[in-house]
Design a protein around this ligand. Structure first.
Ligand code: HEM
Length: 484
């Protein structure tokens, strides 16, 4: 009877503590203690969350254990929250597993003054290397040439899994940006680094990570995958520290070669400022963040793009015809060609929309009470911007669930970008690498289409359902490629 008493006491206390106030966004009934942990289908969280909006409205709440989440749906609501009232939603909640290794530094999960300084610096440096005289355009084109000159790519027309080579070329662009050099695809250290990033992303999406993040103090002392995560993140940081040591040996402040050089200069020039957050520890975490945010995302989008082209050969042919007409076969594509390739551009955007690789964006947290959709979201509540609800909204797209480049073309065949195209999210935390990602996607995709034709191995149907992880990715697939 004591046990029964404790159980009734806990459930009553939980009920009183966690009751939804009348002004709080509504949502499905939450179980005592665990809340809505089992309301969602964890293999399709983004779809479950989108379906709940049909029933509870565009602003609704869920309780994960003891923590409340508010899920925002559809374009108007996301715009109101992230852009119009963006100041109130600028912070990220603490994610214990990540905080264990990044300690609130870097760009992706930092907040306040650190985030402001680091983001401003990252944006201006990416701009410098993006379009300035140190543009990454030739780096990307050279990377494509390396890939194809090694005849690693086509495998003599036999089926092959393109995942590794795509990861290599995309990671090498980040390496060129931050380290000032690329790696050979056979380089042991490079391959290890890519494996580490891959492994840590998979761990971050695991059920164990969810358990860790809900009960960090309880889980931390136990053996388990979080130890591996901490170990490989520390190993990646050591890798970056080695590069940093090399950079310092022959650093010329008047001629920055890459991101690390620019950062070293920033450390030097801001030394006298008492509130400077530029130091070597922050440099290492920022570089780590660029890899984490910039590699898997862009390479997954490219994997979707090749799969869609194999699924829709007639669309692939139209892209190739346009490229042949505008660029031909005798030179590589350039960013200047984009304006003359509206159909190709539309196809790339449709791959991003359908790929929906960051379906729930990254979490935000309210830094003061907010009024949204007629409800009050109090300070300190985690907010999930459901990008899926925007990218597949039947009120925004003619055929939301069908691949249709027409979504991005007007009657005259000119490229148009609807406002509801927000795979990079919106507002103050908008993806910091959007411009670089777009440049890579355009140059790599047009290069692939210019030089190769992709098709599924005989008798194989492409599997288009995504695999839910840190990103929504295609299941590993094999494809055939022939030179054109
Ligand atoms: C954040 C999408 C590529 C760097 C984000 C967010 C999304 C996103 C949805 C969250 C925004 C928010 O919290 O509201 C994508 C997609 C990509 C891509 C779809 C490729 C197709 C890149 C690349 C880089 C990058 C290439 C870097 C070189 C970042 C960083 C953040 C971020 C640093 C955190 C920004 C902050 O918290 O202030 N991205 N991203 N991303 N992305 Fe990307």
């Amino acid at each position: 009877s004591l046990l029964l008493f404790i159980a009734v006491f806990l459930i009553t206390a939980d009920y009183i503590k966690n009751r939804r106030q009348a002004s709080f966004p509504p949502g499905p009934w939450a179980w005592p203690i665990v809340g809505n942990m089992f309301t969602l289908d964890h293999s399709r969280t983004h779809e479950s969350m989108t379906q709940l909006a049909e029933k509870y409205g565009d602003v609704y709440s869920l309780r994960m254990g003891q923590e409340w989440l508010v899920v925002l749906n559809r374009y108007e609501v996301l715009k109101e929250a992230l852009v119009n009232q963006g100041d109130s939603l600028v912070d990220r909640p603490v994610v214990p597993l990540l905080d264990k290794t990044t300690h609130g530094l870097g760009v992706i999960f930092s907040n306040g003054h650190i985030w402001k300084q680091q983001r401003r610096f990252a944006l201006s440096t990416l701009r410098f290397f993006g379009f300035g005289k140190k543009s990454l355009e030739p780096v990307i084109l050279d990377e494509f040439t390396f890939l194809t000159s090694k005849s690693l790519f086509t495998c003599g027309g036999k089926p092959f899994n393109p995942q590794k080579v795509i990861s290599n070329i995309v990671s090498n662009v980040i390496c060129s940006l931050v380290f000032g050099h690329r790696f050979e695809y056979t380089d042991e250290r490079f391959m290890r680094l890519i494996r580490w990033f891959d492994q840590s992303l998979q761990l971050e999406a695991s059920l164990w990570a969810q358990l860790y993040n809900s009960f960090p103090l309880l889980v931390n002392p136990l053996p388990g995958p979080h130890k591996t995560h901490i170990h490989i993140t520390n190993a990646s940081k050591d890798f970056i520290r080695e590069e940093l040591k090399e950079h310092k040996k022959n650093w010329d402040p008047s001629d920055p070669r890459d991101y690390i050089d620019c950062y070293l200069k920033e450390i030097q020039t801001s030394e006298a400022q008492a509130d400077s957050t530029f130091d070597e520890e922050n440099l290492v975490i920022c570089v780590l963040d660029l890899f984490v945010a910039g590699s898997e995302t862009t390479s997954t989008t490219l994997r979707w793009a090749l799969l869609y082209m194999a699924k829709y050969p007639e669309i692939q042919t139209k892209v190739q015809d346009e490229i042949d007409r505008v660029i031909g076969q005798s030179r590589q594509p350039s960013m200047d060609d984009r304006a003359n390739l509206p159909y190709t551009d539309a196809v790339i955007h449709e791959c991003m929309r359908m790929g929906n690789i960051v379906p729930l964006s990254l979490p935000h947290i309210t830094i003061r009470d907010m009024q949204l959709g007629g409800y009050t979201v109090p300070k300190g509540v985690t907010v999930v911007p459901n990008l899926t609800s925007v990218l597949f909204d039947k009120n925004e797209w003619a055929t939301p669930f069908t691949f249709n480049p027409g979504h991005f073309l007007n009657k005259e065949g000119k490229f148009v970008k609807p406002a509801a195209f927000i795979p990079f999210s919106a507002g103050k935390r908008l993806c910091l690498g959007e411009t670089l990602a777009r440049m890579e996607l355009f140059l790599f995709f047009t290069s692939f289409m210019q030089r190769f034709t992709f098709y599924m191995p005989p008798g194989v149907k492409p599997k288009m359902e995504p695999r839910f992880g840190v990103t929504l990715a295609p299941y590993p697939y094999e494809i055939c490629a022939t030179s054109r």
